[in-house]
Design a protein around this ligand. Sequence first.
Ligand code: DLL
Length: 433
Amino acid sequence: MIWNETIECMDRERLIRLQSERLTAMVERLYYNVPFYRRQFHQLGLEPGDIRHIDQLKDLPFTTKQDLRDNYPFGLFAVPASEVVRLHASSGTTGKPTVVGYTRKDISLWAEVVARTLSAAGAGRNDVLHIAYGYGLFTGGLGLHYGAEKIGATVIPMSGGNTQRQLQLMHDFGSTILACTPSYALFLAEAMAEANMPVGSFKLKTGVLGAEPWTEEMRREIEEKLQIKALDIYGLSEVIGPGVSSECLHQCGLHVFEDHFVPEIINPETLEVLPYGQMGELVFTCLTKEALPLLRYRTRDLTVLNADTCACGRRLVRMQKCLGRSDDMLIIRGVNVFPSQIEAVLLEMRETRPHYLLIVDRINNLDQLEVRVEVDGQFFSDEIKKLEDLRRKIRQNIESALGLTATVKLVEPKSIERSEGKAKRVIDKRKLS
Ligand code: DLL
């Protein structure tokens, strides 16, 4: 089913007109309401009336995660605090999170785009939607929630964790749609088998899976084990959360809701805009958001765009599955992790040296993070208890800084390989691309 046929199947010329009108209004709003953007426009010699067409997007400045960090927490908001009804946050490159805000209208826009996502997955008012994305500062749980209510489905706001209970309720309530990360979907499948709960006794038919990269092989495995159609959904907090783009039942790329979020592909080195069909970094401009409308936000995700009409009838641009990033951000169990965040934890402690290695693996379909770190010669000890206390302390510090549990291995001074060029800090054994 197509939730908003007028928009999703609109001919491209009309869509471009709509985007152009919205961009013109947005640039004006940013000029008057966000000093950060006004300064940038002045530097470029741009006045609000200069931008009238979506083709002029390339003349506007980029926005990066660093800009959000420099203006932490609310410096890029375009409305007074009294208009903001919700905040969410995701990890940034240092201890400080990236904070995003929503007005009442933004929340309803979010429900609209997630309603499109769920309709594209075949969901409707007779469905029971089991949401196992985390509820809280992460945008996954609440983002899916409002869209699911909008289409009239029955929502089960499970949030993450407690796998046995997830299975029990999914079974007893007859859930038809599962919303969670692809790795958790696989984990649930294995847990189902272990608990001797035959997949045939569940009513699941579709998974709306995202928040982390996953391969076609993983899709096949999920589809086979859970006997469902597994669809990819994409989004990021800075743009809105889930509901930026999503697959339809044809599974041939993710339809981007470009009447609200305009995608571009750039070369991450030269920043030049690349034509459709070429792989590069995905950039989004928000056309309608009120609280935090970002211009040309660099996602760091790598993909390819394609503007052909899909067999489902939607004419929106499609993006390929994202399998890589142009920075070093890792996504571990759905949590965004920059190696520099772990480095910061280690550097704060006197007992460790800034020589470390992060080893990421997927064991039994769950991501595992191992942190190997050198202990300072002064503190290296033969006493197992001392080392054990230190190990526990590092693990706790990582957990409180990142919200992620890691296995910590202490190694002797000078045992981690030194490199002459860029240090190799991460070994990712998950082989996604
Ligand atoms: O992960 C929003 C979301 C929630 C999307 C639930 C889908 C479902 P953030 O925590 O801000 O937001 O992380 C955004 O996650 O830049 C990508 O690197 C990655 N990501 C999100 N969806 C996908 C996907 C949410 N389908 C970052 N495939 C993004 C690959 C994804 N990567």
